[in-house]
Design a protein around this ligand. Sequence first.
Ligand code: FMN
Length: 214
Amino acid sequence: MTTSTLQQNLRWRYAVKKFDDQKVVSENDLETILDAGNLTASSFGLQPYRFVVVKDQSLQEKLVPVSWNQNQVAEASHVIVIAIRTNLDHDYMSSYVAMMESQRDMPKGSLDPYLDMILGTVGKMDDEMIGAWATKQAYIALGSMLAEAADLRIDSCPMEGFLPDQYDQILGLADHQLRSTLVLPIGYRAEDDKHQHYKKVRKPLDEMVVRVGS
Ligand SMILES: Cc1cc2nc3c(=O)[nH]c(=O)nc-3n(C[C@H](O)[C@H](O)[C@H](O)COP(=O)(O)O)c2cc1C
């Protein structure tokens, strides 16, 4: 196996249980992490999610009781909430395709066949299916941001231990046509977070990988 800086940083990363509440992630580093989320692959490129950044002590404290009392959301420098769009309708798809035409300097309407293809698949899903499909995409963005944070030696804790309806209410997400799906507090590990000393537990690679064929 070749070693890479990313691989070393992924070994350094762990799900932080206690952040140092005095340390703040710089705006530049925050943007790099968000940009990694934005650069993530998504089905048809539709990016059916948004990244909600919470940097407000009183709001962060309100999130603790609706996060299974996990204090990371209060002690972290920032909390990134990955929220799926609730308005993945015809207008959303056509404005995405129009953006694609514009960013690639293509004539208006030239991607109509692509739009038809998207509408032919996503457009046929019911609300529940669209929600499940958008949620899958959100997890990929979570993975990119986790990796980017680690690569910057910024700590994080991926979290699905929270109450989405309560988050939506506290953060006013319905007004943005968003529904919270995943939570990613970022910051710097506290010196006394004992979890940083636990050995990383993973299956051996040869047990994880199934090679088929010669
Ligand atoms: C989708 C997802 C949800 C998770 N939810 C929580 C959570 O709510 N609270 C928490 O402390 N850790 C949470 N974790 C962290 C996992 O427990 C952790 O990644 C796993 O035990 C492996 O440990 P490591 O990441 O420290 O290597 C979550 C991880 C993922 C990927």
